[in-house]
Design a protein around this ligand. Structure first.
Ligand code: MIG
Length: 797
């Protein structure tokens, strides 16, 4: 830990805790000495496989050191498992099979091959494996694995052109190739910038892009792992796992399909409540009911939309989780009701550490019923966090999850709308070394037993699972809203994420885009940074630019550390306040679009914020663009991330694009220099898109493509709960001098408006007919009853 960090930590935690942190680190070291080191000295290659037993959907191979099981879950999706080694309980993977597959088997001189309609796998007797698609193209080539003690090493050849994405939350370039990453969820300690690794949330998954196409691999192994992706040997990915079985899933296909397969296996992100897509205001901490009221009032007075306020740790009584400080929040339910009356939801933070305090029910009950993690000697493990010495629930025990979940009841009854889970890497304060439990700490692992080496990366996932299951049972009529700092594969089933304690610098703002996109490509679509960075004091300009970028990110929250200058929009004065107001309003206008994207994510796993290569994964020109992103398939966002910049270069991919602000039309591919005064950042709309926006009710914006077709989807429901919904799909075709728009729909929600309004960009309108009857045209807008077919005649282009 460098001195600056040490001082920062000291500022946050105080002297007494700092002294205790020395003791905590010593104790941790004492226990750590008793578990095997993470990296072995030598890696013996497993000896050759000798036999194959065929299975209807795959095969089993056996050799003197190892067994390999291969099973197809779909023609293009396969699961490989090298044992010995313990398999994790199915915490990440929720489905066994996707479709029926028939597999043919062959024996060759050097080995065997298995083939489905979507993939051919060649297994050499020495354990080397090749994956080909039906055309014979090799997608992936693995060397025989090696095993040392309980650790596995896996080496995969990388194609010179290959790019690698994913790995969960990373402060790394979008293309992860050429670096070393650690899979071990960790709090970087109050502040981090580009290059920090690991961070709070790792997912052992990558998406590989090559000129011929792409595939996704997910290692279902929660042990600590090192992914050296061509850093040491440029053309080799060398992965080591500290334990467990070497199990991995491979899916061949374009990114959208690969992610659809991955999220079919590990679960899709469910529909969030609509308010969660709005704006969240937070600070460490709003310390009293009066302060919260004043913040809400500040938003109202200045006409600033606000959807949620977050209460950070100081609302608690002495940082005891599930308590409220009654002096500072004498009537929390009343405050929550009051806010809700203003359309503002309340989200409260919860940390997993339970204060050691015999006078505190959660501690007493937990101790009496064996809810907390133990050291190998059977004593309950204690670690240091905000409340002082704490004990920690063992979320790998189903009974503990249920008990923990029950604690949410009082908050649910008070009307708390969402929960924010922090410190669940899990993090403890230590003066040096790993800021977490000793590796020998025991975990139930659903009854079979295990230790923290295996459970560490699962801790956050399972804390969220406990909360999710509790909210579904305590408040079945509402969709849970959980926000988590840590997680693992599958976390998307339960929680949103924010990118933690990012520093308040321009570099950190730039890092935000590849971090958010990387999470999306790891199956975690709902994420975003603390606007302005967490740990510092952004200048007005940095804050405004960060706010503008975040307007287009899935999770949109203003948050800052204790001790930093205030961050409510008005503290920045004019013109910042007016600019922020405009972007807040824009976010509100975009809600129908964002909500539709949320529905798409729930259907297919597609992230809301996407890298440009999503448009055309075969175009290498798009592979490394990380200073722009797509929001859905309609919007291209190019934030300004350089101090003083008042214009920026924007790469427009193939196709036609509209400048969102001026409606000026551009043809891609190519680079354009775009004006970016402080009050705007470049945003483009892909011609052929239909963008639903909330503008005096609903307005559908159609961006006219000079040729071809256009389409858009609109998902609508009550905004929460599990009631009726509807999906309307619009499809537009350009015919001579007219546009023919067809609407098909399903679902059981009646159309919630009086007809609909279509604003058509890029052409002058003459007349319009809805289902054969003339309908009014006002400027660029057609006002129609709910139609099946709308024909718009054009005056000029
Ligand atoms: O040790 O709850 O990332 O968002 O404000 C710091 C206090 C604990 C870290 C979180 C941050 C939060 C802070 N927490």
């Amino acid at each position: 830990m460098d001195l600056r960090k040490a001082l920062l930590t000291l500022r946050f935690v105080g002297l007494r805790t700092a002294f205790r942190a020395v003791r905590a680190a010593r104790e941790r070291d004492r226990w750590e000495g008793r578990v095997p080191p993470a990296t072995p000295a030598a890696w013996p290659i497993v000896r050759p496989l000798e036999t194959m037993t065929s299975l209807p959907d795959g095969a089993c191979f056996a050799g003197p050191d190892a067994e390999l099981e291969i099973r197809f879950l779909a023609p293009e999706v396969v699961r490989l498992t090298w044992t010995p080694g313990v398999l994790p309980p199915p915490y990440a993977v929720v489905r066994e099979r996707l479709t029926e597959v028939s597999v043919s088997h062959e024996r060759h001189t050097e080995g065997w091959s298995l083939e489905s309609a979507g993939m051919r796998i060649e297994i050499r007797t020495d354990g080397g494996i090749r994956f080909r698609d039906p055309s014979g193209t090799i997608w992936r080539e693995e060397e025989p694995p090696a095993r040392a003690g309980q650790a596995w090493r896996h080496r995969v050849r990388l194609d010179p052109e290959e790019r690698i994405y994913g790995l969960g939350e990373r402060a790394a370039p979008l293309n992860r190739r050429g670096r070393i990453y650690r899979m071990w969820n960790r709090n970087p300690g109050g502040s981090y910038g580009p290059g920090a690794d690991p961070l709070y949330l790792s997912v052992p998954l990558w998406l590989s892009l090559r000129p011929e196409g792409s595939y996704l691999v997910f290692y279902e192994n929660p042990f600590e792992a090192i992914f050296d992706l061509g850093a040491t040997e440029p053309d080799v990915a060398c992965l080591t796992f500290a334990g467990g079985a070497l199990r991995y899933f491979i899916c061949i296909g374009p990114p959208d399909h690969a992610l659809a397969c991955y999220t079919a296996l590990t679960g899709r992100p469910p529909m969030p409540p609509r308010w969660a897509l709005g704006f969240h205001q937070s600070r460490w901490s709003y310390e009293s009911a009066e302060e919260v009221r004043a913040v809400a009032q500040g938003f109202r007075d200045r006409d600033l939309p606000l959807h949620a306020i977050h209460l950070d740790i100081d609302y608690m009584d002495g940082y005891r989780v599930f308590t409220v400080d009654r002096r500072r929040f004498p009537d929390l339910p009343g405050l929550i009701r009051e806010l809700e009356g203003q359309g503002i939801r309340t989200v409260v933070i919860l940390d997993p550490g339970v204060k050691v305090d015999p006078g505190y029910t959660v501690y007493r009950e937990g101790m009496a019923n064996g809810r907390f993690c133990r050291l190998p000697d059977g004593t309950v493990y204690r670690g240091l966090v905000w409340p002082g010495w704490c004990v920690f629930p063992d979320f790998t025990d189903p009974a503990v999850r249920e008990w923990w979940g029950d604690q949410y009841r009082s908050f649910v009854e008070m009307g708390v709308a969402g929960f924010w889970h922090d410190m669940n890497e899990p993090t403890t304060f230590v003066a040096w070394g790993e800021p977490t439990f000793p590796r020998g700490v025991r975990h139930a692992m659903e009854g079979r037993g295990g230790d923290h080496r295996e459970a560490h990366n699962l801790y956050g996932l399972l804390m969220n699972r406990a909360a999710w299951e509790a909210l579904r049972r305590l408040r079945p009529e509402r969709r849970p809203f959980l926000l988590t700092r840590s997680g693992w594969a599958g976390i998307q089933r339960y929680a949103w994420n924010w990118t933690g304690d990012i520093e308040s610098t321009w570099m950190a703002l730039r890092q935000t885009i590849p971090t958010v996109l990387g999470l999306g490509l790891s199956g975690i679509p709902y994420t975003g940074p603390d606007i302005g960075g967490f740990s510092g004091a952004p200048t007005v300009e940095l804050f405004v630019r960060w706010f503008q970028a975040a307007t287009f990110m899935p999770f949109f929250r203003n948050h800052a550390a204790k001790g930093t200058p205030r961050r409510e929009p008005w503290v920045f004065g004019e013109p910042a306040l007016s600019i922020i107001r405009e972007f807040l309003r824009l976010r509100v206008r975009l809600l129908p679009y964002l909500y539709t994207l949320a529905w798409e994510a729930a259907q297919t796993g597609a992230p809301l914020a996407r890298p440009l290569f999503w448009l055309d994964p075969s175009d290498p020109a798009l592979w490394e663009i990380e200073d722009m992103f797509l929001l859905g398939s309609a919007l291209l966002v190019a934030p300004v991330m350089e101090e003083g910049a008042r214009s920026r270069a924007v790469f427009l991919p193939a196709g036609e694009w509209y400048d969102f602000w001026s409606d000026r039309r551009f043809a891609g591919p190519g680079v354009v220099e775009v004006e970016a005064p402080l009050e705007r950042i470049p945003v483009f709309v892909r011609a052929g898109s239909i963008l639903p926006m909330a503008e005096d009710g609903l307005r559908l914006h159609l961006y006219w493509p000079s040729q071809g077709e256009g389409e858009g989807i609109l998902y609508q429901d009550a905004g929460d709960g599990f009631g009726p919904y509807r999906v309307d799909r619009f499809h537009g075709r350009w015919e001579e001098r007219a546009l023919r728009i067809r609407r098909i729909w399903d679902g059981d929600l009646p159309w919630p408006e009086e007809g609909l309004r279509f604003q058509i960009h890029g052409v002058a309108l003459a007349r319009a007919h809805a289902d054969g009857r003339p309908v009014p045209v006002e400027g660029q807008t057609v006002i129609a009853p709910l139609f099946e077919e709308l024909i718009v005649e054009i005056d000029s282009i």
